[in-house]
Ligand binder design. Structure first.
Ligand code: ATP
Length: 359
């Protein structure tokens, strides 16, 4: 997949902006706040239909205006597709491929896989389990559309079960049989999600270790560990054991919606003992492993979005990363940087065709 052209209208701070991309490396350079990351965010929209910053779509319309449009020409093997995303200020977002609207956003996921490496990745280490679960889900969804379907159904069913628990609490009543109606669907969707997450992390971990060793020069040993209540108990017994607790809490306390990823360095939590540089290297290794898995599972090279990547890494780590990017033949790459010269030097060292855009 190669993004050949991109046009933005009223997207964030850009009134109108057009790009003709290189099939290999594209760099956006300019001062702080000129809108470089916003261009990467537009590319992220093309991939998964939403902002990577988690903003509501309406907030991404240039302030005070009525709509935004992101349009792109994408080379999909031999043929060219036009992807258009339109967000009016007072109605639903529309995503079209070659003039045909998708019924559901989920149908578009996986068409143009992407991996973003950004300063916000540090939230993956510092935030609660929810952001790591979202990361894991986004990663698997890009390679497996039935996973996304199971996830949506699972979340709906858990919401319904929680609503019933709240209804019981409000009405000072309880009916175990009605609650147990949810056991079957929760268990079916949840167990499938669990199996896929477990398998994905099992295969991801050695690749993270491989990349971390290259980036860090083999100094520390890292691990990605999958944590789930389902590792020790099946779903039916989890639900029946926690029924009294759920009744008091008025929500479902056990299940795959509580899964987490543990990031370790030399057997300790990386959050506690990792320096900023080590954490950043780990996150890059994690993302490179993500690219590797997506490539293996879909046969597509995901587009790589590198936001401010060179800021916190020392020169050796930057060189190692560049060598890696060079050697592994990643897909199309988009980089932002405030230093034009640094970008030019980096790009020179990578033996690929490139374009630099001053924003
Ligand atoms: N909906 C919007 N309408 C107008 N401007 C917006 C909107 N959303 C964000 N912006 C502007 O976009 C700018 C930030 O853009 P962005 O984060 O892409 O900058 P950047 O070039 O990556 O900066 P840095 O080098 O600091 O990371 C800010 O000036 C912000 O006010």
């Amino acid at each position: 997949m190669v993004i050949k052209k991109l046009s933005l209208i009223n997207f964030k701070n850009h009134s109108e902006l057009n790009f003709d991309f290189s099939a290999q490396i594209n760099c956006f350079v300019g001062n702080n706040g000129v809108g470089k990351t916003n261009v990467l965010d537009a590319l992220h929209y093309l991939s998964v239909g939403k902002s990577f910053l988690g903003n509501s779509d309406f907030n991404n319309i240039n302030t005070g205006l009525d709509f935004f449009v992101i349009q792109s020409e994408i080379l999909n093997e031999e043929k060219e597709d036009i992807i258009k995303i339109l967000q009016p200020k007072d109605s639903k977002k529309v995503i079209r491929k070659n003039d045909k609207s998708y019924d559901r956003l989920a149908d578009h996921i996986g068409y143009l896989p992407s991996v973003m490496i950004s300063p916000y990745d540090s939230n993956l280490i510092s935030d609660s389990g929810e952001s790591r679960r979202k990361f894991l889900d986004a990663m698997i969804s890009q390679t497996d559309s039935s996973y996304l379907f199971d996830l949506i159904q699972y979340q709906k069913t858990i919401q319904q079960r929680n609503a019933l628990l709240k209804y019981f609490a409000k009405n000072r009543s309880f009916d175990k049989d009605s609650l147990e109606i949810y056991d079957e669907p929760v268990s079916t969707y949840g167990t499938r999600i669990f199996e896929k997450r477990k398998d994905f992390v099992r295969k991801l971990n050695p690749i993270v270790q491989y990349y971390y060793e290259i980036i860090s020069g083999g100094k520390e040993n890292v691990n990605v560990i999958y944590e789930s209540h389902l590792l020790t108990e099946n779903f039916f017994s989890l639900l029946s054991q926690s029924i009294e607790k759920d009744r008091v809490l008025t929500y479902t306390s056990k299940g795959t919606h509580k899964d987490d990823l543990l990031f370790e360095m030399n057997g300790n939590s990386i959050k506690k003992i990792g320096s900023q540089g080590q954490q950043k290297s780990f996150l890059i290794a994690l993302k490179l492993a993500q690219i590797n898995r997506i490539k293996e599972l879909t046969g597509k090279s995901p587009i790589l979005l590198l936001d401010d990547i060179f800021d916190k890494l020392d020169d050796t780590r930057v060189s190692q990363l560049i060598e890696l990017v060079n050697k592994e033949k990643f897909g199309q790459i988009f980089i932002t940087d405030t230093h034009k010269e640094r970008t030019e030097n980096v790009v020179k060292r990578i033996n690929e065709e490139s374009r630099i855009f001053e924003i």
